[in-house]
Design a protein around this ligand. Structure first.
Ligand SMILES: CC(C)(COP(=O)(O)OP(=O)(O)OC[C@H]1O[C@@H](n2cnc3c(N)ncnc32)[C@H](O)[C@@H]1OP(=O)(O)O)[C@@H](O)C(=O)NCCC(=O)NCCS
Length: 167
């Protein structure tokens, strides 16, 4: 089931992000795998604004989450994380579909995100979900700012790019 996140979900959301991130160690991206989760205060800000969603299992345990923000009048997926114990069951895709519906209802023309170009479960995965790779020239000012921030955090050690799915 997918529902909006509650403040009480934030602690487990952070654990899921760290657990999901470990997959990057398998492809030699130890620095990304070892990254800390987003601060609780930051997740709480998304939650308070109603732009955080969780997926729960049959026991109502939170197993995945997605947070989004508006960037240049378009809904931008900031983070999607699925606990590895629940990966490859369509939960990530279901969260993205859910947010696509939410964004469409609110007049967003598209969904955007930034991701690693060459990691199997990043850009190639999002392409299967209908996103296309944006060229540098196509980045809107807000996306450009996000990419600059990522580069400043050292993420550009591996190719990254912006992606967009029309709604
Ligand atoms: C990316 C992510 C959200 C996908 O969620 P998910 O629920 O596992 O994905 P779905 O079940 O919707 O789709 C599964 C597809 O994703 C891709 N995929 C997922 N995990 C993969 C892995 N470890 N290796 C290769 N491909 C993978 C495959 O295409 C897979 O399809 P398949 O099982 O038929 O081969 C999840 O893998 C995750 O949390 N990853 C770590 C964090 C991350 O990279 N977040 C996004 C960038 S911020």
């Amino acid at each position: 089931m997918i529902r909006v996140a509650r403040a009480a979900d934030v602690a487990v959301m952070r654990l899921i992000e760290v657990a999901a991130g470990r997959a990057f160690a398998d492809v030699g991206m130890d620095k990304v795998a070892g990254d800390e989760a987003l601060p609780a205060a930051e997740l709480l800000a998304y939650q308070r604004d109603g732009r955080a969603w969780v997926a729960t299992d049959a026991n109502e345990q939170v197993v995945a989450y997605l947070i989004a923000l508006w960037v240049d009048q378009v809904v931008h997926i900031e983070q999607v994380s699925v606990h590895p114990g629940y990966a490859r069951r369509g939960i990530g895709a279901a969260l993205i579909e859910h947010v696509a519906g939410w964004a469409r209802e609110r007049g967003s023309a598209a969904l955007t995100l930034t991701t690693f170009a060459e990691v199997a479960w990043n850009a190639p995965y999002y392409e299967r979900l209908g996103f296309r790779r944006l060229t540098e020239d196509e980045l809107t000012p807000g996306l450009r700012a996000i990419r600059a921030e990522e580069a400043a955090h050292g993420l550009d050690e591996w190719p990254r790019l912006g992606m967009r799915r029309e709604l």
